[in-house]
Design a protein around this ligand. Structure first.
Ligand code: HEM
Length: 504
């Protein structure tokens, strides 16, 4: 009786293990995933989980920018993977209603259920209008700018100076994560959780947010029934996720409590000043679970993306001293005016001053081209359709759009596409090269394009300019830079840097 199930299990496991071993050994992986009997391409996906963006890029380059993949029968895993700009324009803009995120996406990110991140159609349209209205509010934008300046001036730069004084290398990814956590929470509620204080307190909530994105990635590549069973049994990554949900819930409750107390003491309802109050005062958002979902999704949208981008910026700058010098040359006229009027030893660059700096923006775009924080976008197919590339997709298929691969396509960016060259964004007339969003997808494209782009650029420019003007940044030798398997392109082992006070 038991021989049959065991032999079936072996039939599934043996090719999987063989493939895993082969992939681990091979330095020259094949360009197209092997289509195994029964398991189809599932083993290829599993074997490359540790570096899915690079794997997609390899396969997409070898397959003419599109390929199909299937999981084992009965799992419902039918994927179409693309980085073809014509297909991307079709999916994100021209035939946008046919490519919702879908019910599986909402289930994968269940803690954000009902928030803008997980919904489609008319409800998304309505909620997006409200979110955009809040994010565009002039009072809010001014407030976000001053939170950022304060945090850079009073926490980030003093912490870097402390690291310099004790001559200690540190993990820049962790610092950026702490910095962005405090900044995002302050923008939400006007309350600073203080993760960037000098004693570097535990960062359980930030780690819980990372877990949501890591297990979200795992859920994307597993058969739905498989992760749902693990969730019911509370085992493996699902157990970790369930603990993360508990941490996030209690953090949000605590912050709401602190926000309410703050409001009672000051008599100020913060309308238009912080992000959450306009929602908390709106009866359409009276549901506590929805408020939780919105807060978590805001923290992920605004914190994780910027943390990842800034980390990759510093990684690239440390390797390209010429780029660092050009940024400083661009900052120099602003700094000389400030040095004359200020006795302070640290120079801080304010958003109004860095707004027009095109080279600094080019550095950000070049980083986002090669290291988009959301390396893979996911959509489903509502009704059968034919892509501009001629590929047919069927209702219920999942489409993976490889943003990471788009930034590495020779046809789009030239044969130096793998090199870090901010100058590619700068034509000779001093403007910034325009690339349509269906070719430079890091901020998404079409009706769901990121509404926080300019806020993000403002915050990142403030951090980079103020850090680089005051400090030299050096990469510690011998570290291995690898991506973390996650929906966000973070570094698995962090980014260890050493800083020195800059001699001027
Ligand atoms: C480097 C920084 C950032 C990048 C690269 C980025 C990129 C993106 C991308 C790719 C999406 C689409 C996600 C999806 O639907 O799958 C998105 C959506 C969104 N982003 Fe950003 N983002 C950044 C920063 C921000 C900031 C700072 C804010 C808020 C102040 C923000 C607010 C949002 C919101 C609300 C959405 C949802 C829009 C919708 O679904 O219609 N983002 N962003």
């Amino acid at each position: 009786m038991w021989i049959l199930p065991i032999s079936m299990a072996l039939m599934l496991l043996v090719p999987l293990l063989m493939y895993l071993r082969a992939s681990c050994r091979s330095n020259n992986p094949v360009a197209l995933p092997i289509n195994w009997p029964i398991l189809h391409m599932f083993p290829s996906f599993v074997a490359n989980l540790h570096n899915m963006p690079a794997y997609f890029t390899l396969v997409l380059t070898g397959s003419g920018h599109n390929f199909r993949a299937h999981g084992p029968p009965g799992t419902g895993m039918r994927f179409f993977v693309t980085c073809d700009p014509a297909n991307i324009q079709h999916i994100f803009t021209t035939n946008y209603p046919n490519f919702p995120k879908g019910a599986d996406f909402a289930a994968i990110f269940d803690i954000m259920g009902g928030s803008l991140f997980t919904i489609d159609g008319e409800p998304a349209h309505r909620m997006r209008a409200k979110v955009k209205g809040v994010l565009n509010g002039p009072l809010l934008v001014d407030n976000l700018a001053s939170y950022c300046i304060d945090k850079v001036k009073n926490s980030l730069l003093p912490l870097f100076a402390h690291m310099v004084s004790i001559d200690a290398p540190f993990d820049m990814q962790e610092m950026m994560s702490r910095f962005m956590f405090d900044l995002s929470a302050t923008s939400l509620f006007g309350v600073d959780p203080g993760l960037l204080s000098s004693d570097l307190p535990p960062m359980d909530v930030a780690v819980a947010l990372d877990t949501v994105m890591e297990v979200g990635f795992f859920r994307h590549v597993m058969p739905t029934s498989c992760w749902k069973l693990m969730r019911r049994l509370n085992i493996g990554p699902e157990r970790k996720l369930s603990m993360a949900h508990t941490v996030l819930r209690s953090f949000v409750l605590e912050m709401m409590e602190r926000w309410k107390n703050n409001t009672c003491h000051t008599g100020n309802d913060h309308s238009g000043v912080d992000i959450m109050p306009p929602f908390l005062n709106d009866p359409d958002y009276a549901d506590d679970e929805l408020v939780l979902a919105m807060i978590i999704s805001y923290l992920l949208a605004a914190r994780d993306t910027i943390t990842a981008t800034l980390t990759w910026v510093f990684y690239n700058l440390a390797q390209n001293p010429n780029v660092m010098s050009t940024i400083r040359n661009e900052l120099s006229p602003i700094a000389s005016g400030k040095a004359a009027s200020s006795a302070s030893t640290m120079v801080i660059f304010e958003p109004e001053e860095t707004k027009s700096l095109v080279y600094l923006r080019a550095v950000l775009y070049e980083t986002l081209r090669l290291y988009p924080p959301g390396p893979i976008e996911c959509k489903t197919v509502a009704a059968d359709d034919i892509m501009p590339s001629g590929h047919k997709v069927r209702s219920g298929d999942t489409i993976f759009i490889s943003v990471h691969s788009m930034g590495r396509m020779e046809g789009l960016w030239g044969n130096d596409c793998l090199n870090y060259i901010p100058e590619r964004w700068l034509p000779d007339d001093g403007s910034l090269r325009y690339v349509p969003s269906h070719k430079f997808l890091s901020f998404n494209s079409g009706p769901r394009i990121c509404p926080g782009k300019e806020i993000a650029i403002m915050q990142m420019k403030t951090v980079i300019a103020s850090t680089l003007w005051n400090f030299d940044v050096e990469l510690m030798k011998g570290q291995s830079i690898q991506p973390k398997p996650s929906c966000i392109l973070k570094m698995k082992n962090g980014l260890i840097l050493k800083m020195k006070k800059r001699q001027m």
